[in-house]
Design a binder for this molecule. Structure first.
Ligand code: C5P
Length: 422
């Protein structure tokens, strides 16, 4: 991977050529700057379709924007046919950029409201979404705006940082929309990363869900049942997937590890149930899920609300089964979605792993055995065998977990390439 230096090879090719951009403009005084951004995008070679909210047209005229974009501007007061096209626009675009994004539009987006064309397109968009917020300092810091921003970030929306300085209100502080050149640079960096990954990986732009780390199942407010998983393998996988251009959503149990790649979105969870809830929320929109978490199989059936006292000589714990995340997702898996699992075994490794492959409806399973020196928990190396349906198997040498992650992602790429993920 490292030897073919993809960045150099593609530096001559503009990452903008032929890119289809939806530029959403909302009702802010900063709307006039959207014209400058539009010009930068068009000059770079992008095909830009402008979507305006009704309020935006109080700040900037559609004629300016349609002249610059060489396309009719779509706004709220549209014919029936345009309204019905929101799904098409959502699918057409390589990116949706909302600049300026008002507090109102951010609130709508975070709640899933779709009472205008822009918000309907947002809900239909499968492409990456960027917002460049613009608002007064108090609106920016309001708890309600903060909540909406956190929620949108969790949904994968990328925020172009606001500036600090004098605002249209005369107040001073945060909330100023980033300058058009800054927005353009932010987007260029995104597409440049995607471009180099895109040309070598069929996973570029795909949504990949990952579970990693242990789970902690509470016994009482201070104690839990856990396991020795460090989360290293899963976090290494997250980084490799992100470097190949995938949009990685990582659900991470209690682990000291964290991904190096900023693009990885991380949700921290504690229990198997929390991991399942998040996975169920994210899986329907994922192209693949890699389940590397060491999920507890059993949890205390009646966790105590107060600390358990040292009263008797022995203590009997009643345990109940946790939900099987893999099996649940395996049942929900649709054509075009891929599910990858792990099996850590101590005996009859292949027989047990093959049974899981089938029971959980995996496309392949990564087997590691605790009998192999250097494999398993809390170490930096691993030795794996990948088992496929129909008796196919591939065995790998003992390697650093980062290299093992490369092998696993190669195997996923090969699947996706062959069957052409949706
Ligand atoms: O059955 P076992 O726990 O050994 O299966 C391991 C595989 O199933 C791993 O991919 C693990 O992440 C997943 N799993 C799960 N939910 C569980 C138990 C395991 O997703 N409750």
């Amino acid at each position: 991977m490292a030897s073919d230096k993809p960045e150099n090879r593609f530096s001559q090719v503009s990452s903008w050529t032929g890119k289809k951009i939806l530029l959403g403009i909302t009702g802010s005084i900063a709307a006039y700057k959207a014209a400058f951004l539009l010009r930068l995008l068009v000059k770079a070679g992008a095909d830009v379709q402008v979507l305006m909210t009704a309020a935006a047209s109080d700040f900037i005229g559609p004629i300016t924007l349609s002249t610059l974009s060489k396309r009719p501007v779509l706004s709220d007061i549209q014919s029936e046919s345009n309204w019905n096209k929101h799904v098409e626009w959502g699918l057409w675009a390589d990116a949706l950029v909302v600049a300026p994004a008002t507090a109102n539009t951010l609130a709508k987006m975070s709640q899933g409201l779709c009472d205008n064309l822009l918000s309907a397109v947002y809900l239909s968009a499968r492409c990456p979404v960027f917002v460049a917020p613009a608002m007064d300092v108090d609106m920016w810091h309001h708890p309600s705006t903060r909540r909406n921003i956190t929620r949108l970030q969790e949904d994968g929306v990328q925020f172009i940082p606001v500036g600090h300085g004098e605002l249209a209100s005369g107040l001073y502080g945060e909330g100023r929309m980033a300058e058009p050149e800054e927005i353009f640079a932010f987007l260029t960096a995104f597409f440049a990363r995607g471009k180099s990954a895109e040309l070598r990986s069929p996973l570029a732009g795909k949504r990949v869900l990952l579970t990693a780390g242990p789970t902690y199942e509470p016994l009482d407010p201070v104690r839990f049942l856990g396991n020795r998983s460090s989360g290293k393998m899963g976090v290494a996988l997250a980084d490799v997937l992100a470097r190949r251009g995938a949009r990685v959503q990582l659900i991470l149990g209690p682990s000291a590890e964290k991904p190096k790649e900023e693009a990885v979105q991380v949700w921290r969870v504690q229990t198997a149930q929390e991991m399942l809830d998040k996975a169920l929320e994210l899986f329907p929109r994922s192209d693949a899920a890699v389940l590397a978490a060491a999920v507890a199989d059993y949890r205390p059936a009646h966790p105590a609300t107060q600390k358990i006292k040292k009263t008797g000589d022995s203590l009997l714990l009643e345990l109940e089964k946790t939900p099987d995340i893999a099996a649940t997702l395996g049942r929900q898996k649709q054509a075009g979605q891929y599910l990858i699992g792990f099996a850590l075994e101590t005996e009859k490794e292949e027989v047990h792993a093959r049974a899981k492959l089938q029971r959980k409806n995996f496309d392949f399973i990564v087997l590691n055995s605790l009998r192999d020196a250097g494999a398993g928990f809390q170490v930096d190396t691993n030795k794996i065998t990948i088992l496929y349906p129909g008796n196919k198997a591939q065995t790998y040498e003992l390697k650093a977990k980062e290299e093992v992650a490369e092998d696993i992602v190669d195997a996923l790429e090969a699947l996706v390439d062959k069957e052409n993920i949706r």
